[in-house]
Design a protein around this ligand. Structure first.
Ligand code: ZN
Length: 73
């Protein structure tokens, strides 16, 4: 009756943490952080598309405002 103590049988995550994290990253897509506004988004491509649209809208609005002011003065 001599049970050998197995250190690798301690619990979850002690066997191979590297392999486990790699499986997690491939199993489910983790939210990505936007490099521009640091918002977490599941679909970074769609978020970037939204960004470009927003920037375009602001740019055109500002451009209109500048041209309007230039014309009035
Ligand atoms: Zn963003």
């Amino acid at each position: 009756m001599d049970y050998p103590t197995r250190p690798c049988h301690g619990g979850i995550g002690t066997t191979s943490p590297g392999k486990r994290s790699a499986m997690e990253s491939t199993a489910q897509p983790s939210p990505l952080e936007c490099p521009d506004c640091h918002a977490l988004t599941a679909d970074l491509e769609a978020h970037k598309h939204w960004h470009s649209r927003l920037v375009h809208d602001i740019a055109t609005a500002v451009d209109k405002d500048i041209s309007r002011r230039a014309h009035t003065t």
